[in-house]
Every structure is written in C-alpha cells, then in structure tokens.
Design a protein around this ligand. Structure first.
Ligand code: HEM
Length: 260
C-alpha cells in the first residue's frame, strides 16, 4: 500500500508563464550588473561616488552583494518544482531571502539612494522603494512567524514584485531612453545631464510602481470556478503556506510565498 502524499498535482509550465522569463531575466541582469563589482575595485563602479564620500563605493558594493542573495533566493522561492519537491531548501532559502537579502540590502539602499548622483526624482523613487521593500518583507516575515499564512503570502508577493523590479528597471531604462532620445535637443536643450536624470527618474518610478500594480492585480484575481485553485494541504510548512485556502493548522513557519 502506498503512503498518502501531500504532493500537489503537476501544473503545466505554460500555466506559470512567469517562471522562465524571471529566471532568464535574473541571469541576464546579474551577468550584466555584477562583474564590475566582483573586482572590489572602486574604479570599476558604474555608479559614481559623491565627491568627498569614497566610502559610498563600499556601501553600494555591500548593497549589491546582499541584493544578489535577495534576487537569487526570490527566484528559488517562486520556483514551483523546488517548493514542492524540496521544501527544506525552500524554507532555508526563504530565511536567507529575508535575513541575508532584503533586510541588509534594503537598509543599505537608503544611504545609496540618499547620496546618489542620479537626481531628485530617481532618489525619491529609490528611497520610497527601499522603505516599501523593507516594510512588505518584514510584514510577510512577521505574518509567517505568527502563522498567518494567507497574509504572509500576500506580503511576500508584494515583496517579490519589488525585488524583481530591479531586473525590469533595466528594460524600462532602455525603453524610456529610446522614446525620449529624439527630444534631446528640443525638450532638453541638448543638456545630457538633465536628459539622463529625467530618463533615470521615469524608469526608476515605472519599474516598481508597475510591478506593484501587477502584484495587486494578481492578488485580487478571483479563483477560477471548478478548481483553478486547490485547497491548501495541511502539512509541511511550504506546501501549506496559504495557497488562497485556509490557515494550515500543522504547518511549520514558512517564509515562502506561493504565487501560483
Ligand atoms: C528593491 C529595492 C532596491 C533599491 C531601492 C535599490 C536602490 C539602488 C540605488 C539607489 C542604486 C544607485 C543607483 C544610482 O545612483 O544610479 C542602486 C544600485 C545598484 N543596485 Fe540596487 N536597489 C534595490 C534592489 C537591488 C537588488 C535586489 C539588486 C540585485 C543584485 C540590486 C543591485 C544593484 C546594482 C548592481 C546597482 C549598481 C547599478 C549599476 O552598476 O548600474 N539592487 N540600487
């Protein structure tokens, strides 16, 4: 006789169309963004330090290293296969996401943004984004500790939307730059600094505001009739962490968000 299992039925990859773009986008972002910082050479930075503040490089550098942990573990958290087959790895990765990713990277993003030379619009956007990133993640973490798994899931979806906005921001930057380039002379009087700060500011705001709106839309979707959503299994913290069903009674504390 086979033992009963809590394993959820397989869902075709195309019913989770975000998995592959997210993985590829993250790899492309890290392959492009990280190399200049792996040499630990301030001369290689893409973000100039404000005059008289050479320590800025090390704050930025540490922000990026912890941000990398946040981004990689974020991808692991939303990977259905890992969540279902390796719940222990999933739980560990969830803890790393919060404690070794978002918290240190988000806190360091504040001085990075405040002293950045990217202009007031991008700076304001980044400060607000960092505060929301920290707030959503802490709220999700606290909800998990208190075993309020539905609430945990909702906050973590928002947290993931903010984490992945760093990847999307590069796409927005290219798109906004291309859209405004023809107006460099007419709209910006040929002033490249003004142009760059405007483009950077618009891209910075769009990257996380649009992501958060998409997350809210995702969370507000009604479950499909006839079993679009399955009831939450009642064991194993990860599988049970609130898939839109009730609060699992015997679930361990899970830092996992379920976004399917
Ligand atoms: C989501 C909240 C985040 C905020 C508010 C934030 C904020 C910032 C700010 C203000 C800068 C300086 C930009 C400038 O002055 O031009 C920066 C740079 C950077 N951040 Fe973050 N960041 C966040 C998340 C992340 C994550 C998750 C990563 C993942 C690796 C990351 C990687 C980087 C990199 C690589 C740079 C340097 C940019 C470059 O070399 O072009 N950030 N960040």
């Amino acid at each position: 006789m086979t033992a009963p299992t809590n394993r959820r039925p397989r869902v075709a990859w195309w019913r989770r169309p975000w998995v592959i773009p997210l993985g590829l986008g993250t790899v492309a972002f890290l392959a492009f963004s990280l190399p200049p910082y792996l040499s630990y050479d301030p001369a290689q930075t893409r973000v100039p330090a404000p005059p008289g503040f050479p320590e800025y490089y090390w704050i930025l550098h540490t922000h990026i290293m912890f941000g990398t942990i946040a981004l990689v573990t974020c991808c692991l958290q939303v990977w259905p296969w890992l969540r279902q087959r390796h719940p222990k790895i999933h739980r560990t990765s969830g803890r790393l996401y919060v404690l070794a990713g978002v918290l240190p990277s988000g806190l360091l993003a504040l001085p990075v943004a405040i002293f950045s030379l990217s202009g007031p619009s991008a700076q304001t956007s980044s400060v607000l984004q960092a505060l929301l990133w920290l707030g959503a993640t802490i709220a999700g973490f606290r909800a998990a500790r208190a075993r309020r798994f539905r609430e945990h899931r909702r906050w973590m979806v928002r947290s993931f939307a903010l984490t992945t906005s760093i990847v999307v921001s590069r796409i927005w930057l290219v798109a906004v730059d291309a859209a405004l380039k023809p107006t460099l002379e007419t709209g910006f009087d040929g002033n490249e600094l003004f142009f760059d700060q405007t483009v950077g500011g618009i891209a910075a705001w769009l990257s996380w505001v649009v992501n958060l709106l998409l997350a809210e839309w995702w969370l507000s979707r009604k479950p499909k009739r006839g079993g679009g959503r399955r009831p939450a299994p009642r064991t194993e913290g990860i599988g049970g962490a609130g898939s839109g069903g009730g609060e699992p009674k015997s679930a361990e504390v899970s830092l996992a968000a379920k976004v399917d």
